[in-house]
Design a protein around this ligand. Structure first.
Ligand SMILES: NC(=O)c1ccc[n+]([C@@H]2O[C@H](COP(=O)([O-])OP(=O)(O)OC[C@H]3O[C@@H](n4cnc5c(N)ncnc54)[C@H](OP(=O)(O)O)[C@@H]3O)[C@@H](O)[C@H]2O)c1
Length: 262
């Protein structure tokens, strides 16, 4: 992997072509900013990690795995290891068969030093709560899985979620979740380093609500054509939101960009 941007005297050593970066180097490259005011409020930082093909597809055959790579998965794992919580839409959980985050020895010391639990909590955003609560994601995580939903969610489904061991967090007055309230609710639980893994319908709402601080976007050197969803959907924002390039890494033609709110 090589760093294409920024290139300074300090980073020149990381422009090493084929050498694989250690997980510690990746964790350094993707460290959360020091606590400051993000879109979700002081001290809270919400980043998204998404992958897209050259022609803008965020999935192939309903999954992101075919457009990912080994380096992309290393960064995916590193971003999880840095986060307090992973926020994900229910459809991605259903389609990608989400499992609980697993503890990794390589990151144990880093998480302990950051006063984080062994793994980030997974927070599933859902209005219908049409989720299989018998799955390990709900029954056997290392830290309880959170369900972000609205106050009007079906009581029998919230009861089923809680019976399975999940923690239901209300972040909306109707059945749906209001993005800014979700961020605040997570911050209220002590989760300030937030990571969302999409999907596009959820990401679009986070963008529209102005609570997304950073986008870690992998550009896969692939063309898929077709009508796959792009990485953010839903109604478009009134004025395009401007983000600045923070860093750009490359391996085997895959670009790993990091854009922050300008
Ligand atoms: N390219 C990438 O990096 C990437 C990343 C992730 C996923 N994906 C792909 O994207 C596809 C799934 O994405 P998607 O956009 O269809 O779905 P999604 O955003 O993962 O999930 C949509 C679901 O989330 C819940 N939800 C979203 N907003 C909500 C709100 N405000 N309040 C309450 N619930 C809300 C609803 O769940 P309920 O229906 O349960 O109410 C909704 O049906 C999959 O094919 C996956 O492979 C790609």
């Amino acid at each position: 992997m090589r760093r294409l941007f920024p290139v300074t005297d300090e980073t020149a050593a990381q422009t090493r072509g084929d050498a694989e970066w250690s997980l510690a180097e990746l964790a350094d490259a993707y460290a959360y900013p020091e606590p400051e005011a993000g879109g979700g409020g002081p001290g809270v930082w919400l980043r998204a990690n998404m992958v897209s093909t050259l022609d803008g597809a965020g999935q192939h055959d309903g999954r992101s795995q075919p457009i990912s790579s080994a380096a992309d998965m290393r960064i995916f794992g590193t971003l999880r290891a840095l986060a307090d919580v992973v926020v994900v839409g229910a459809e991605t959980v259903r389609q990608e068969g989400y499992r609980p985050a697993r503890a990794r020895a390589e990151f144990a010391g880093m998480r302990e030093a950051a006063r984080q639990g062994p793994v980030p909590a997974i927070a599933v955003v859902s209005a219908s709560l049409d989720l299989d609560f018998s799955l390990p994601l709900f029954t056997a995580p290392l830290v309880p899985t959170l369900i972000l939903t609205g106050a009007a969610a079906a009581p029998d489904r919230t009861a089923a979620a809680e019976k399975a061991g999940a923690r239901v967090v209300v972040a909306g007055d109707g059945v749906g979740v209001e993005p800014a309230r979700a961020v605040q609710a997570l911050a209220g639980l002590g989760h300030t380093r937030l990571l969302t893994e999409g999907g596009p319908r959820l990401l679009g709402q986070l963008v529209a609500a102005g609570v997304l601080d950073e986008l870690c976007l992998t550009v896969a050197p692939m063309l898929t054509a077709g009508d796959a969803q792009r990485i953010a959907g839903g109604p478009s924002v009134g004025v395009p939101q401007r983000f600045g390039l923070v860093s750009l890494l490359e391996e085997e033609g895959f670009l790993f960009s990091r854009y922050g709110r300008s």
